[in-house]
Design a protein around this ligand. Sequence first.
Ligand SMILES: Cc1cc2nc3c(=O)[nH]c(=O)nc-3n(C[C@H](O)[C@H](O)[C@H](O)COP(=O)(O)O)c2cc1C
Length: 190
Amino acid sequence: MDLYETIHHRRSHRFYQPDLPSREVLERVIDAGLWAPSGMNLQAWEITVMAGKVRDEFVELVGQATKFLIPELQKAGVPEKGQDMVMKFFKNLGGAPAVIAVTITKGRDANETMVNIQSGAALMQNLLLAAEAEGLGTCWMTGANFLEDAILKFLGKTDKQLLAISPIGYSAKEPPVPPRKGREVRWLGF
Ligand SMILES: Cc1cc2nc3c(=O)[nH]c(=O)nc-3n(C[C@H](O)[C@H](O)[C@H](O)COP(=O)(O)O)c2cc1C
């Protein structure tokens, strides 16, 4: 798939088929993540890929984030239908057979934290695009970060920072295309 096509076609998937993608395919996606740029090439990140029983336990934990998320959605004025969708998605992550968690090293100061977050975000985007190229769906999620401490404990990484998680698997439903806002791009000196 052409890179621009991959970028434009990637969506956040919230319904998955139960089949676990092959280890070979998942390894390629992870490898693409690890080829992201990182500040000073520190690569201060870790990836945990979960399937089977570990995935089930992890998803059960993630489901508890709705306690914190729903009040936030209400505050933001998200209609009840939207809140219900979020509840359902968080309950079983759309039935995704695998989940990826990305953690990063805590920065020693605000600048280092910013560098590690940006590097981790580059890794995430590489993962998402590689998954798209492999015909897999993903959904970048920070909603579970309300449970950061519990999630880090689950992952055995209490000295790290949780960046984001993503379900991964073959999509069961083509998601709608959320519109993009008007461009705020300035071209100076052309
Ligand atoms: C930093 C970040 C955090 C996100 N967190 C969540 C989340 O917790 N739950 C969720 O369902 N989607 C989450 N999303 C997905 C966005 O809702 C989605 O990217 C946006 O609506 C645009 O849709 P698209 O990805 O299909 O183009 C997140 C995306 C980003 C980049």
